[in-house]
Design a protein around this ligand. Structure first.
Ligand code: SF4
Ligand code: SF4
Length: 288
């Protein structure tokens, strides 16, 4: 079934001329291009322990559920160790062309992310650096991302509605202040949209992740997809809730709920259907 799914998307990719200018950037990225998925790998460098928001589905002792599968505690690497680990991984797996920062916290909330980029960018000038974030600090850190030639980004955008956001996010920390409830959710959503818009306008290829949380944000999927498309986002990755933390009593979406959401949003924005919800320290090919 998985193979069947991944052969569907390239047709759309090649036919949708709106995205033609992005093809060069994502040619070697196994998450952004279904053509690259069997040929090129990615490595996640787990250097970012901090986070500046609290998603109710997150259990911090596990990997970030935005981009990883919980169940195994991540090892946090210091920047020098991460650089050595990368060197070793690329020597062993030369098909790895994408260097990702995906947690276990938020890479833009952790200074170690940019310390690591400063070490690895000169050593790997031809590799794509990719980063996943909740988007709170995206606009403010964009200069740094451009300095290190980050070409692809993932922003987790779960809702546009602060009344839904206040259920998903326990708190948002911004400028030494904690914001809760509707105020926190409004701040986060505004920052996410500003950050996405700024990143797209600077030529970064942006994907959004949307965690499908039954009974919470399932009615907001189309609005999120619509807005993302208007902002110039390349692709949406709707991922199923993993019930844990404050959402441990919820049921995950069924396969048909997930497919329905993706099918419905596909008329608005390209859908990713081959995400493996990788660990924050994943190495290699997505598909073996
Ligand atoms: Fe957890 Fe990631 Fe949300 Fe931060 S952004 S609270 S690390 S899921
Ligand atoms: Fe790609 Fe999904 Fe894995 Fe991230 S979690 S590296 S988007 S497959």
């Amino acid at each position: 079934m998985f193979d069947a799914l991944i052969t569907e998307t390239p047709t759309r990719e090649t036919k949708n001329h709106k995205y033609d200018d992005k093809m060069e950037v994502i040619k070697y990225h196994p998450c952004f291009s279904t053509k690259a998925v069997h040929r090129f790998g990615r490595i996640h460098l787990p250097v970012a322990p901090e986070c500046n928001i609290m998603c109710k589905y997150c259990v911090r002792k596990y990997d970030c559920v935005n981009e990883s599968r919980p169940g195994v505690t991540s090892k946090i690497l210091f920047p020098e160790k991460a650089a050595a680990h990368l060197d070793d991984a690329i020597r062993k797996h030369p098909y790895i062309k994408t260097i990702g920062f995906a947690g276990p916290g938020d890479p833009l909330a952790s200074p170690q992310t940019f310390e690591t980029m400063a070490l690895i960018r000169p050593a790997f000038p031809g590799h794509n650096i990719c980063l996943s974030t909740n988007g709170l600090m995206l606009a403010e850190k964009l200069d740094m991302l451009l300095e290190y030639q980050v070409a692809t980004l993932t922003v987790t955008l779960n809702t546009l509605d602060p009344d839904i956001g206040k259920i998903i996010y326990k708190w948002v920390r911004y400028g030494n202040k904690i914001y809760k409830g509707r105020e926190g959710a409004t701040l986060l959503i505004d920052k996410q949209l500003d950050g996405i818009s700024a990143a797209v306008s600077h030529g970064i290829v942006v994907k959004i992740n949307t965690v499908l949380i039954p009974s919470i944000n399932d009615g907001d999927m189309n609005a999120v997809a619509e807005r993302a498309a208007k902002l110039g986002v390349f692709m949406q990755n709707i991922i199923p809730l993993i019930p844990q933390g404050g959402f441990r009593y919820l049921s995950p979406p069924t396969a048909s709920m997930l497919n329905d959401a993706r099918d419905s949003c596909e008329s608005r924005i390209l859908q990713m259907r081959h995400c493996r919800q990788c660990r924050a320290d994943a190495v290699g090919l997505l598909v073996h």
